[in-house]
Design a protein. Structure first.
Length: 258
């Protein structure tokens, strides 16, 4: 199977969302579609939020931001959308898929160049062009924000065209991380939070610059029937309890990233 797969919205995912549609007499449910890089932090936040709101069940669907937007466009019953970049949220806003009045930034991240933990051959970005690196993983630039940030940074350094033949595209930043952690590629561009979670398996070589600030927005989906509950969840993300969990995973203040 080629690494350079294109993103799609599998029928199984839409069936999964169909199963989340409210049923008569059921407890209140909230569906959050969030970037894959938020998996660990939002899993903890979901549990804490449910504990504080008896009778509410929060379902979180994690995937690449572009794929999440495709699902919403296809009619998936999502209440809160939290991609890893402003561009994807801008696309959602332009299509009338979110309530613009509820849009708010809630956290930020950094982009890192990483290699397998036992690799000592790559010490800087310029080493990627040499013979030590045969395969280089990143998220699909057109659908995965981490891939888009990587392209911006490499374009700025004049390295995108040079490194393109070595590139292996992942369907999410998590997949790019798996490639480098398993030694299937020689290096990968991933978020700092993901590198931190996998620090026993990968080594961070450099913090990337020359790209747009990595700031995560959240918004209530326009078709959401539970707007007050959805807005309250976003407020929790931005509040002291949500921010404390995000910080514990290495996420940063969105204001400081701009």
């Amino acid at each position: 199977m080629s690494f350079r797969c294109r993103l799609a919205v599998p029928a199984a995912i839409l069936l999964f969302f169909a199963a989340l549609l409210p049923h008569p007499g059921a407890a209140e449910e909230l569906v959050v579609s969030a970037a894959a890089s938020l998996t660990s932090a939002l899993t903890d936040i979901r549990k804490a939020y449910e504990a504080e709101h008896p009778g509410l069940t929060v379902f979180v669907n994690f995937a690449a931001s572009g794929q999440l937007l495709q699902q919403i466009e296809a009619g998936a019953p999502v209440d809160v959308f939290a991609p890893a970049d402003q561009v994807t949220m801008d696309r959602a806003a332009k299509s009338g898929l979110i309530d613009p009045a509820t849009r708010a930034d809630f956290t930020a991240n950094d982009l890192m160049l990483t290699v397998p933990a036992d690799d000592q051959g790559v010490t800087c970005l310029e080493d990627l062009a040499g013979p030590k690196v045969g395969k280089l993983a990143l998220g699909e630039p057109d659908a995965v924000p981490a891939g888009s940030y990587t392209k911006q940074a490499l374009d700025k350094r004049g390295l995108w065209e040079t490194l393109s033949p070595k590139m292996v595209y992942g369907l999410s930043v998590k997949q790019a991380l798996d490639y480098v952690a398993l030694g299937e590629v020689d290096a990968a561009f991933v978020y700092a939070t993901d590198a931190r979670m996998a620090q026993k398996r990968v080594r961070a070589v450099a913090v990337m610059t020359d790209h747009a600030p990595i700031v995560y927005p959240a918004a209530v989906v326009a078709a959401c029937p539970r707007k007050e509950a959805a807005k309250a969840f976003i407020d929790y993300l931005r509040g002291p309890k949500g921010q404390a969990v995000l910080a514990s995973y290495g996420f940063r203040d969105p204001g400081a990233a701009k």
